[in-house]
Ligand binder design. Sequence first.
Ligand code: HEM
Length: 447
Amino acid sequence: MAVESQVVPRAPGAVPLLGHALKLWRDPLGFLGSLRASGELVRVDLGTMPMYVATSARVVNEVTVKQARNMEKGRLFDRVRPLVGNGLANSGGETHRKHRRLMQPMFHQQRIAGYASIMSERALALTESWTPGQEIAVEQVMSEYTIETLAETMFSADLGRPAVEAVRRNFPIILKNMLIRAASPKFLDRLPIRPNREFDAAASRMREVIDEVIASTRKSGQTDQPDLLSVLLSARDADTGEALTDTEVRDQIVTILFAGTETTASTLAWAFHELARHPEVEKQLVAEIDEVVGDRPVTAGDIPRLPAIRRVLDETIRLYGVTMLMRRTTTEVELGGFTIPAGAEVAFSLYALHRDPELFDEPDRFDPDRWLPERKAGLGRDEYVPFGAGNRKCIGDAFSWTEASIVLATVLRRWKLRPVPGHTPKAAASAMAHPDHVPMTVLPRDA
Ligand code: HEM
């Protein structure tokens, strides 16, 4: 029952004109985490625009599942529209359903088993390129690995070097400015301030490069490859027989590149950082890898037999998950017992949810053993949702688990990564709570 006479509690600390925007800009992770103290649904003001933040598993589930049909994607997604257009993460209604159905086969288990051999080969080549004592920027190495692996698995050779290079150069700029854009009051929208300019320039460079790839693939007539680009280029609408437009194809490609690289790369960089700080956990992993995989390349079939790796990934993604997601109500809805009008912006933070002390003991501590079957038994299905839930749940979850497991198993079998003294990685909020910089030294496993 909605409590119509009650108003949604407002987060403390709003200032005139900007509301809570400065707080969100300055310390998004801290601010989003602080909101649960004000209630399960909390009002935050972005300038003069109210945004309702769901802070409990129950209300996040209402937003993503129970009320999903009364929600469209919100302002955060509007802000990345110049980049990803109406790709899968941004579109709604029938378009979303149609495109999701079209792309789903590329993420089926069988396909992923095929991608696993590419992931494994690339991971092996990466570890073989390292020399003892070499210093690497782990976040950068992992970002290059995930971009190139995605390009090779989803787009075979078609996407080409220039596109991979463009993604590598422009994505960090886009990610850095994305959350700031979403959190900015409306009157800053059109100002030529640096975050807007940088974002727009990087987004348009990305689009140009992908457009060229599409045009040259169409021209060459090579649309029968077993990859996503071919699936998109050769798709025909079941009712009308119409093909996707070049813009629709481009939007899907940029979306997949955007959604599928930083997320996994950031998880891997944090995992290596945490393992170096917890050598006893690392030792368990190495013993498991020795026993299950040994010296051969890791296969998709190995992954279910690596439960210690799974626990480490679960724990890493719990601690450093997706910063903030948004929806907009399409009709009046009830959320957390309140009535929210149509057209309202609603947000939730998986990062904050997964650090809720009500759900996780000592929530800020890295403790992979909390995922042992006996210890995780009390956790509800809605309380750990790193890939979201409902009809907008991540399409790439199995892809990402396979990739991250393969990289960990391949690297740890051969190398020990240890932090270069003098820098402690800090979580910077973009799509994920990704690490600013993770410099590490590569040491032989047996050293
Ligand atoms: C650690 C890795 C990853 C995490 C934590 C993650 C997380 C998420 C989350 C939470 C959503 C739901 C967004 C919402 O509810 O608004 C999502 C959606 C999505 N993700 Fe992922 N993701 C990861 C990896 C990937 C990969 C590898 C791909 C592609 C290869 C991918 C592609 C997508 C797409 C296309 C959507 C939109 C789905 C839709 O709306 O139908 N993600 N992801």
